[in-house]
Design a protein around this ligand. Structure first.
Ligand SMILES: Nc1nc2c(ncn2[C@@H]2O[C@H](COP(=O)(O)OP(=O)(O)O)[C@@H](O)[C@H]2O)c(=O)[nH]1
Ligand SMILES: [Mg+2]
Length: 352
């Protein structure tokens, strides 16, 4: 897309450099190779493979190892973090997957009802499988979660375990997959029970990136959504890429109400957010875009707007630092954190 191209290129190139050189032990170390192999070997052995993807990037977050297996009705694409993606685009993606003969299901791992619905859907699949199975020797169904780092596999596994029909004793306090905002936290395969009679176990696995990522656009999207460790690139490159997406999208238009005044000329705080920093950030971004007269399809103009937004955000976040670069990095970290927690709107980065 014009207007974002140079930001995509810059971020994507730094990701690519790390991946190509393999200089980073974070990217693909010995432990990951072993984990990757362990996951790969289990894929044909389990009853269901749930491929967890990030709903914001339904295509870019596809799990590369599955390419080596024929597609099957036992594979289900789970679009997690649906709360962060555009609702209408998630629907379009699901229709697309259906057309391609894939089963997909969108979830929010932090939402109890969403998990309950998914459990019902999965139980029905398990019943079908057992009905059709020639031998009914095993009374245990295994479901394995696979996917890139940070798509929410562990959060999803924990929620299924907590909400699934299992006794209090079985919801053992020690059994909890570790959830973290940083990619690469799950190191081993963990099994959690999610249903009884018949028993269903879910296997949470470490997320592993493909050893090399060639496509810069895909790299940038993975970086922005958090699948690649932030320490591998410049935070302000991430923030500039995000701002270029925000400036070209429609989400910010929903913030117009923040600017409205009541009959006495006072600002009406009616954007339903308790968080004053979030309101202030939305207001600042909205005002900068609205006042901008340039053409956002033009890269030079886009850069100009983004730099103006950085200047305003330094004030909003109250960042004073000796160096301009350090200040921008702090602003970037804060902005990206707001984006990743859904407080700056819903964005689906992959287009059909
Ligand atoms: N907004 C939102 N955040 C989620 C969701 N699922 C997971 N997360 C967050 O995403 C981050 C990564 O989750 P984690 O389960 O550790 O990912 P994993 O590396 O795939 O196991 C954590 O900060 C989670 O709280 C979701 O459905 N919605
Ligand atoms: Mg994990």
């Amino acid at each position: 897309m014009a207007g974002t191209a140079s930001f995509v290129q810059k971020l994507g190139n730094s990701v690519k450099k790390v991946s190509d050189s393999r200089s980073s032990s974070w990217w693909y170390n010995r432990h990951m190779r072993a984990a990757s192999r362990a996951v790969y070997l289990r894929i044909p052995l389990v009853d269901f493979v749930l491929e967890v993807r990030d709903a914001r990037i339904p295509m870019s977050s596809a799990y590369w190892q599955l390419r080596y297996f024929p597609s099957s009705s036992r594979n289900i694409i789970v679009l997690n973090k649906m709360d962060l993606a555009s609702h209408s685009k998630t629907k379009e993606w699901m229709a697309y997957f259906k057309e391609q003969n894939y089963t997909s299901y969108a979830v929010n791992s932090h939402n109890k009802d969403s998990i309950k619905q998914f459990l019902n859907f999965l139980q029905a699949k398990v019943r079908d499988l057992r009905r059709n199975a020639c031998s009914s020797t095993t009374d245990t169904t295994t479901v394995m979660l696979v996917g890139l780092p940070n798509v929410g596999k562990s959060a999803f596994a924990n929620s299924l375990h907590q909400i699934g029909r299992v006794t209090a004793l079985e919801k053992g306090k020690l059994k909890q997959a570790k959830v973290s905002p940083h990619p690469g936290e799950t190191k081993d395969i963990t099994s959690l029970k999610i249903a009884s009679h018949p028993n269903v176990y879910i296997l949470d696995t470490p997320g592993i990136l493909s050893p090399e990522i060639a496509d810069v656009e895909r790299s940038s999207k993975l970086a922005l959504t958090g699948a690649i460790a932030d320490s591998l690139f410049d935070p302000s490159d991430l923030a500039r890429y995000f701002l270029s997406i925000l400036n070209l999208g429609h989400e910010y238009k929903k913030w117009e109400n923040i600017l409205k005044l009541d009959t006495n000329g006072n600002e009406i705080m009616n954007d339903h957010t308790q968080d004053l920093v979030v309101s202030a950030v939305r207001r600042a971004l909205f005002e900068e875009i609205s006042a901008f007269k340039g053409n956002l399809e033009d890269e030079t103009d886009m850069v100009q707007l983004i730099e103006a937004q950085f200047t305003t955000l330094r004030k909003v976040f109250n960042v004073n630092s000796d160096s301009f670069e350090a200040a921008n990095n702090i602003v970037s970290g804060k902005l990206i954190n707001l984006y990743r927690t859904g407080r700056l709107g819903h964005y689906t980065l992959d287009n059909l």
